[in-house]
Design a protein around this ligand. Sequence first.
Ligand SMILES: *Cc1c(COP(=O)(O)O)cnc(C)c1O
Length: 228
Amino acid sequence: MTPGAPLGAAELRRRVDRLWTSVEEAGGSRDAVTLVAVTKGFDVAVAELAASCDLSDLGENYAQELLAKAPVLAAGPHPVRWHAIGRLQRNKVRQLAPVVHLWQTVDRLELATEIARRAPGARVLVQVNTSGEPAKGGIDPTGAPDLVRAAADLGLAVEGLMTVGRTGPPESARPGFTALSTLADRLGLVVRCMGMSGDVAVAVQEGATMVRIGSALFGPRPARPPDR
Ligand SMILES: *Cc1c(COP(=O)(O)O)cnc(C)c1O
């Protein structure tokens, strides 16, 4: 692709194929792993392109961005499922409730409570901080079982756990990914959402059933405006 040229469908499909090849080389498969394409920071046209290339699960970090893109795609020919993957303020839940398919970042009881109130029975993942890095968000692993139980008691469909890998070379994320899989096993949860562009192979080796991929599909993200 020419630098600066907009991403086209043919190139995106090549990148998706390349991604699946690396997932398969790591022991995963298209049946066992759900690909969430992360469109945060990109124009809605990129999300529409993704949808037209059969990427039907899209992830966004910021409520305003998700709320701006969702109606555009809902009106188009390729409906998608939206995944909320960013740190979430409780006061954003009401607006997001009608459009979010999977709330991936439940990290505290007050957030679970608000989701249960605004979207009864919603699908959620409990985000676990497996890296010890405060910037990564998520509840401490020792607190996760109680939060999983509490969210289920609120009537939420707790499908699994989510984590963000430690920053650094891909191998540095492995212990956290192993810990997430072990914890999910212990709690009887099916979904392990872990792995991004840089550490997807390690995540799949450690049992990821869902991965969140942005830059490997869409290229480097445009700089984020300072006001969000
Ligand atoms: C941005 C982001 C991603 C995608 O990251 P890439 O490195 O571009 O693949 C995945 N998960 C979360 C939580 C993110 O914030």
